[in-house]
Design a protein around this ligand. Structure first.
Ligand code: PMT
Length: 396
């Protein structure tokens, strides 16, 4: 669960498109993250999917009709007033046209006119419709009004056409919601550089030396820092994770690449958090041909990689991780001193539910003043919150 969505009131407007099914997934993700989701469906949306589906996931009444007396106190004015953020996903060409011209002929359009909250519109339609000059003009009007347009994405559409028009994926929309809600957070105006993933050191054109890092810890840090208003640069080795929204991504392969990218990113940075698992050694010789596999033994000569965290210098908070299998605190404290860090996150990587690949982690945070904070097993998002709390504390 991410803190930024906890107890936030989100108004989700759903208009009539085959992409309505994705709005169910979005509702589920919002609810799982603690948001209170009020769904308004247009009449056309109800032809694709039933209000009951949204009601089952949001566990709240779903509204479909401006004239329905069942709203009680939560009429369109009240709903518009009480929402932290409104999102229309999917937004059809018709819905976008109505919004662009201020029409208010149903509950959704009326409520959007009545809200002062930020509005996100995620279009979904066939490619030819999307590129029609009138639709483009209407979208531009919405942008000028300060409405945030998310997507659409390129891909296969219901008509079979490969074009722009697909509703953005729910995780992307969720990323935009989190970024917008977090704009005024306690890291506003701060620049944070995060590293993630395991570097890959090539042996030959086929083989690499790497490690088990999935990037989850680093990505959680980047996303939570963004949720708290920071400008974030994520220097990332290859991972299978979706690219976070509103975060500057710098992809790298090797430790040497990461070193260069981190140095560059650090200009005017307030903090560097190195969650990446950097390969300590690389093959001394990179073979430009595939090594033959017909031998019984193969000896590789390895050369030490630069210690990125140990060498970067500047006026920023330096945070390291220590991936350990034994003597956790002793080894971590040694790294804290050797690398001249503000604090280090000692990570027991052999405990169940901790370390590489898992969604949770178990860490002890040790700082240069001697304080020790042993945390229970928490989600990587919760660990990220704790690390960022400590950064805020130091900045203050
Ligand atoms: O990615 P996940 O699957 O979510 O897993 C998370 C994690 C286990 C990778 C993460 O929590 C973690 O512990 N990252 C640090 C891994 C590591 O390389 O630890 P280390 O003890 O070897 O290095 C100490 C610190 O120096 C680290 O911050 C590392 O990024 C940095 N380092 C290491 C070597 C090097 N040449 N340059 C460095 O900057």
């Amino acid at each position: 669960m991410t803190m930024i969505l906890n107890n936030k009131r989100i108004l989700l407007g759903v208009s009539g498109s085959i992409a309505c099914y994705k709005a169910l997934d979005l509702t589920s993700k919002l609810v799982q993250n603690g948001a209170i989701v009020d769904v308004i469906m247009t009449e056309a949306a109800c032809k694709f999917i039933t209000p009951l589906s949204f009601q089952s996931i949001s566990r709240r009444p779903v509204f479909t009709n401006l004239w329905d007396s069942g709203h009680g106190d939560i009429g369109h004015i009240e709903m518009g007033n009480s929402t932290d953020l409104a999102i229309i996903a999917p937004a059809t060409a018709n819905m976008i046209a109505k919004l662009a011209h201020g029409l208010a002929d149903d509950l959704l359009t009326t409520t959007i006119l009545a809200t002062k909250a930020k509005v996100i519109v995620a279009p979904a339609m066939d490619g030819n419709m999307y590129y029609h000059p009138l639709v483009q003009e209407n979208i531009n009007k919405l942008v000028k009004m300060g409405i945030i347009i998310v997507g659409p994405n390129e891909g296969r559409l219901a008509s079979g056409l490969i074009s722009k028009g697909r509703l953005s994926e729910p995780y992307e929309i969720l990323g935009h919601i989190r970024a917008i809600l977090g704009k005024g957070g306690d890291l506003k105006g701060k620049k944070i550089v995060v590293t993630a993933g395991g570097t890959q050191e090539p042996i030959d054109p086929v083989r690499i030396i790497s490690n088990h890092s999935s990037g989850k810890m680093g990505y959680a840090l980047a996303e939570i820092a963004r949720d708290r208003g920071a400008e974030v640069i994520l220097v990332t080795a290859a991972t299978a994770l979706p690219i976070p929204v509103s975060v500057e991504i710098v992809p790298v392969k090797t430790a040497a690449d990461m070193h260069i990218a981190v140095e560059k990113s650090l200009e005017n940075a307030d903090a560097l958090i190195m969650a990446a698992a950097v390969a300590d050694f690389r093959p001394t010789i990179l073979s430009n041909q595939k090594l033959k596999s017909d031998k019984q033994n193969l000896n590789l000569s390895l050369t030490k990689n630069p210690d990125i965290l140990g060498t970067v210098k500047g006026n920023f908070i330096k945070v390291g991780f220590a991936a350990e299998t034994q003597s956790l605190e002793t080894n971590a404290r040694k790294k804290l001193l050797e690398k001249d860090l503000d604090f280090i996150v000692a990570n027991n990587i052999i405990e169940i539910g901790s370390g590489f690949g898992s969604d949770t982690n178990r860490v002890v945070i040790l700082d240069k003043k001697g304080s020790i904070n042993a945390l229970p097993t928490l989600s990587k998002q919760e660990i990220a919150e704790q690390i960022l709390d400590k950064i805020v504390e130091i900045i203050q």
